[in-house]
Write a protein that binds this ligand. Structure first.
Ligand SMILES: [Zn+2]
Length: 444
């Protein structure tokens, strides 16, 4: 069965950054079989996109889906104050709340053009089970791909860590749970829908031993590794006091600067640390809105890209970026790069590349991020006949500069999961209603 999507401005994001202004895309069995402009190939089914833009599906590289339950709290706090206020509230999370939260966060992402969702879950109150499974179920229902992580915290307040003791876990239990989830959920075949990553939370909530053992486990099982790093100046002070070095130096000591690792934020990096990221192949999840919301600073993205670092975009959790819209983050990345480094710091297409190819590279998914033969048929269709794009000639640049947008269609593995701006496999109103019911338990 082949499907031809035609009459579109196709942004392939291939190595040459080829665009077909009057292009088409041929899909077969969930994968791209051909893409081009001009003469159209024959197909079993034909979809006329009426001049819309087609981009690869966006790839989100950092999120905490459960945080949709606690938006707009600690509104003027820095990271550590914000965390201390929210940890006890997050301790109420269970599988039902997680499922409602994940459906909401995933639906928001899908409606912003995101086809692959990474989630960093690290709050596991004792005795609550099924949290990661709930996220995976939500992703399967909405229809996106998910890379779910088994996060962890084992450095509680009484040992000099930031989280309350009731929220930290035993190291052996963390590792055993991670291995169990990987065995049950991680798909090794081509074009996987569900993968598992290993993701201890941060230098200020995880012991050195758990960081090291998490890396050993991930490398034994062939899973990617993720953590938060160098988000705020306070974190750097904390690391210097506890470990006598910067967060990046600490990570290097742990064997965590490597090509199977990506780190969220990386706002506060010295020039030689940026170079070390490039040399070691360590990736970065850039979360510009969250960094602005918490007043953390602006990551040196132009320098990171120039140093050859793999950089993707993340919305981050909805308690520090209340709007989980990944296409908006593409525009935000452009704006903050220019705010920090001047008007030539990033082009509109460069920003779009971070949200698509960059994200795929960060997750080490060479089957995603571009529209080329053999890649997964994951793409977003954007209407260009609305009010906001009037007067634009370069519609691709205009799409980025006028964000946010609700995606018109979203296709994952050849299947449409958004059509006419609405979820196909789930009901947005029902998701919102059930989410509000669960969120009540987190209100006070
Ligand atoms: Zn985060």
């Amino acid at each position: 069965m082949t499907t031809l999507y035609s009459n579109a401005w196709v942004v392939t994001m291939d190595d040459e950054r080829t665009e077909h202004e009057r292009g088409w895309l041929l899909i077969e069995d969930g994968f791209v079989s051909d893409v081009g402009g001009g003469d159209e190939p024959a197909a079993d089914e034909h979809v006329d996109l009426r001049g819309a833009i087609v981009t690869p599906g966006l790839v989100n590289t950092h999120h905490h889906l459960y945080q949709t339950l606690t938006r707009a709290r600690a509104q003027q706090a820095d990271l550590f104050t914000w965390l201390r206020e929210l940890y006890p509230v997050w301790a109420r999370v269970d599988a039902e709340a997680e499922y409602a939260a994940a459906r909401t966060g995933i639906a928001e992402l899908a409606l912003s053009g995101c086809t692959t969702v990474f989630d960093h879950h690290y709050v596991f109150p004792r005795g609550r089970t099924g949290l990661v499974e709930a996220e995976v179920q939500a992703a399967r229902e909405v229809g996106v791909r998910i890379v779910a992580s088994r996060g962890s915290m084992d450095l509680g307040e009484s040992d000099g860590g930031l989280p309350p003791d009731e929220l930290v876990e035993d190291l052996d239990a963390v590792l055993a749970e991670t291995e169990r989830l990987a065995g049950e959920l991680h798909e090794p075949e081509r074009g996987p829908r569900v993968q598992i990553a290993v993701a201890p939370c941060s230098p200020f909530s995880v012991t050195r031993k758990l960081m090291e053992e998490s890396a050993a486990l991930a490398r034994r099982l062939g899973l990617p590794l993720h953590t938060h790093l160098a988000e705020t100046v306070e974190e750097e002070g904390y690391c210097r006091e506890l470990y006598g070095c910067t967060p990046v130096e600490y990570l290097e000591q742990l064997g965590w600067l490597a090509e199977d690792v990506w780190c969220a934020h990386c706002v506060h990096l010295a020039p030689d640390e940026i170079r070390r990221f490039g040399e070691t192949g360590t990736g970065v999840a850039h979360c510009p809105t969250s960094n602005l919301r918490l007043g953390a600073g602006i990551a040196p993205v132009r320098d990171l890209v120039a140093a050859g670092v793999r950089v993707g975009l993340g919305v981050d959790g909805s308690a520090s970026n209340e709007r989980g819209d990944l296409f908006l983050e593409v525009k935000q990345a452009l704006l903050v790069a220019r705010g920090r480094s001047g008007p030539d710091a990033m082009t509109a297409r460069g920003a779009l590349a971070l949200g698509t190819r960059g994200g795929a590279a960060v997750l080490r998914r060479d089957d995603l991020g571009s529209l080329e033969p053999g890649k997964c048929a994951d793409f977003a269709v954007w209407r260009v006949d609305g009010l906001e794009l009037g007067g634009a000639v370069d519609l691709v640049a205009a799409l980025v500069l006028t964000a946010p947008h609700r995606v018109d269609r979203l296709v994952v593995g050849g299947e449409e999961i958004v059509r006419d701006g609405h979820l196909v496999r789930a009901d947005e109103d029902e998701i919102a209603r059930k989410h509000r019911r669960e969120a009540r338990r987190f209100a006070a």
